[in-house]
Design a binder for this molecule. Structure first.
Ligand code: C5P
Length: 220
């Protein structure tokens, strides 16, 4: 299960991220670097995680003209990240250009498209997520990011091998924060996800190690 749990390092400095990585490394294998941390300290944090023998999920959610996104994806690949995100709503040409840029590369990151953010709720979201997932698949992305409520439907439509990443994960004991389409870690795994992303329930806990252990225990 430790290969399915991704810790979102949403902190504002290298030192704070380093402390979390050092503490949590014995229990988890993948760390997510998002826009806050990357803007604060740059590729230094990616190098640190890689040197520890852990994997980096670079979640910068690229959304731009196709040429710019293609170059950003290539820059991410140079950092030897495990997985990288871009917004599916950036359009088919942008997605295709990004996927083509990685084609044939030996050690390439997985390319996953963001569908509808888990902080959003409303009618017809599952339908919208499925529509975006199909666009991502057609553009030859490796998978998508969605809430665990949509995993089954996406896997049914896009196939079991199409990677699904679920944020918006909340154990029953954790605060929901700004997330709306939330699911427990247990339910997300039961629904067939490939990865769950957990941030604040672990990083803001008094004891992040015991919070992470508690989640992993529940998944056994
Ligand atoms: O703290 P929390 O567990 O809510 O963190 C979830 C993480 O997943 C955040 O870093 C957020 O940027 C990211 N994310 C998300 N919803 C998406 C894609 C990424 O919450 N659709």
């Amino acid at each position: 299960m430790r290969n399915k749990l991704i810790i979102a390092l949403d902190v504002n400095s290298f030192d704070k991220a380093k402390k979390l990585i050092d503490k949590l490394s014995p229990y988890v294998n993948i760390f997510k670097v998002g826009s806050q941390l990357f803007t604060a300290c740059g590729p230094k944090i990616i190098n640190y995680i890689n040197k520890k023998g852990k994997k980096v999920f670079l979640d910068l959610k690229f959304f731009d003209i196709p040429n710019t996104v293609e170059k950003a994806i290539l820059a991410a690949a140079k950092h030897r990240v495990f997985m990288v995100t871009l917004h599916i709503t950036g359009g088919f040409d942008m997605l295709k250009k990004a996927a083509n840029a990685l084609k044939g590369k030996k050690r390439r990151p997985l390319l996953v498209g963001v569908t509808v953010l888990t902080s959003k709720a409303g009618k017809n979201i599952a339908k919208e997520v499925t529509k975006l997932a199909l666009i991502a698949k057609k553009a030859r992305l490796d998978g998508i990011v969605c809430s665990a409520k949509e995993t089954k439907r996406v896997k049914k439509v896009c196939g079991k091998k199409f990677i699904v990443v679920n944020p918006g994960i909340r154990p029953l004991w954790a605060a929901r924060g700004d997330q709306k389409r939330i699911t427990t870690p247990e339910k997300a795994i039961e629904n067939g996800t490939d990865f769950i992303v957990v941030g604040r329930p672990i990083t803001k806990a008094k004891d992040p190690v015991s919070a992470a252990k508690k989640i992993l225990e529940g998944l056994k």
